[in-house]
Design a protein around this ligand. Structure first.
Ligand SMILES: [Zn+2]
Length: 404
């Protein structure tokens, strides 16, 4: 089956993850997609297919004859789509021989503009798939799933020599829970790749170090008419705290390897306020320095008001996989060669976010991220190029057939 036909079928199964639902999977429909994929894998002849009740799907294609000594390689994609935009009732628009103009999203009477998405310039004369603008498209990460499944099918039918291949499809990546119930026993690989990025010639092995921070602020409420010398306004302390964060280290003012403090939400009245923020930096030293700054601000406000006015809680989320990958750069070389074989020049850029592969790398599975050919994720402007999806299928096959 062609990669785009698989993709177009997978997006008919809605799998938006649901933040408020703490069960796993957060959306029972993720299990429906996993069951469909499990059947498809069995139909390809894979014997060892395991679907857990938490909707983690694992499958193993044993090494071909004489290839058992080759490294065991894994490929991973996620079942859910982002909850940040409608993911139901997706009506795809397929544009053949794309001319390079802004693309009309017929359901929303809106456009995907070339000026906003310069990647479209590379898709001229190719086939582009978009939604109709009333939903996201779901190429994040159903393009990744379709590419892994199609590569697997071609490896089998073309009888390519290969070592052990494992695939895993995981739930709730978009909620940051994709690795919570990952069972390594079903995935005994030497290394793996997530297929969850955008540009098809990219292999990414650097991501943010990440933490979330919460300031709880306690005020003292009295009648404003009689407040002199008594009232402590928690909301104003929250505002003061935010004003003390460096303005040049905000998401809207940073790029590349520059980290940031991002104030995600503030709520408050006189007696109580809360400031939630996230901290990101590729560099571990600068990351720790940012956390130190938050602790300094906590101390400063405690001194200025009182010891029990401000309470800071910091929770680490994930770390930069580069710390692990720098000892496994042969994997990046393998991916770069696999990409170069398709005629494209491989690139690697630091990811300004996290991937499931980052967590897996720290769980002992070095796991960089490959592109999918999709762009504009998490919203109505999401689009994917069919030829790019075909390239990713070849990248996966090239990785498998050149691994030594
Ligand atoms: Zn994704």
């Amino acid at each position: 089956m062609k990669v785009q036909d698989r993709f177009l079928h997978y997006i008919t199964i809605p799998t938006s993850s649901i933040e408020e639902n703490l069960s796993c999977p957060s959306n029972p429909d993720e299990l429906k997609l996993a069951e469909y994929l499990a059947d498809e894998l069995r139909g390809m002849g894979l014997k060892s297919v395991t679907l857990t009740e938490s909707s983690y799907l694992y499958a193993h294609l044993p090494a071909s004859e004489g290839c058992t000594r080759l490294p065991s390689i894994g490929f991973i994609a996620h079942l859910d789509t982002s909850p940040s935009f409608n993911g139901n009732d997706i009506k795809p628009q397929i544009i053949y021989n794309y001319s390079g103009v802004d693309i009309l999203l017929k359901g929303a009477k809106d456009y995907i503009k070339v000026s906003d998405f310069p990647d479209l310039k590379e898709m001229v004369n190719k086939t582009v798939i978009t939604s109709d603008g009333t939903s996201l498209l779901g190429s994040d990460d159903k393009a990744g799933i379709a590419e892994i499944m199609t590569a697997l099918e071609q490896i089998i039918t073309e009888q390519l020599p290969h070592g052990h291949i494992y695939v895993a499809f995981t739930p709730d990546e978009e909620l940051g829970r994709g690795c919570d119930k990952f069972e390594k026993d079903y995935f005994p690989v030497d290394f793996a790749f997530t297929v969850d990025g955008d540009y098809e010639a990219e292999v990414a092995y650097e991501n943010f170090n990440a933490a979330s921070a919460k300031f709880e602020i306690k005020g003292r409420e009295v009648h404003p008419g009689e407040a002199k010398g008594i009232m402590v306004n928690a909301s104003l302390i929250a505002a003061e705290l935010i004003s003390l964060l460096p303005a040049h280290e905000r998401p809207e003012n940073t790029e590349g390897r520059q980290g940031f403090f991002h104030v995600c939400d503030i709520k408050g009245d006189v007696s109580h306020a809360e400031v939630n923020l996230i901290v990101r930096d590729h560099d571990k030293k600068l990351f720790n320095k940012k956390i130190d700054l938050l602790r300094t601000l906590e101390r400063k406000l405690k001194l200025k008001y009182s010891e029990d006015t401000v309470e800071l809680t910091v929770t680490d989320s994930y770390y930069n996989m580069l710390d692990v990958m720098q000892d496994h750069m042969d994997i990046i070389t393998l991916a770069n060669q696999a990409i170069a074989k398709t005629g494209l020049a491989p690139i690697s850029r630091p990811v300004r976010g996290g991937t499931d592969g980052a967590q897996l790398s720290f769980m002992g599975i070095p796991c960089p991220n490959l592109g999918t050919g999709g762009y504009g994720f998490h919203g109505p402007y999401e689009h994917v190029c069919v030829e790019s999806m075909e390239t990713v299928v070849n990248v996966i096959k090239n990785i498998v057939s050149s691994a030594k």
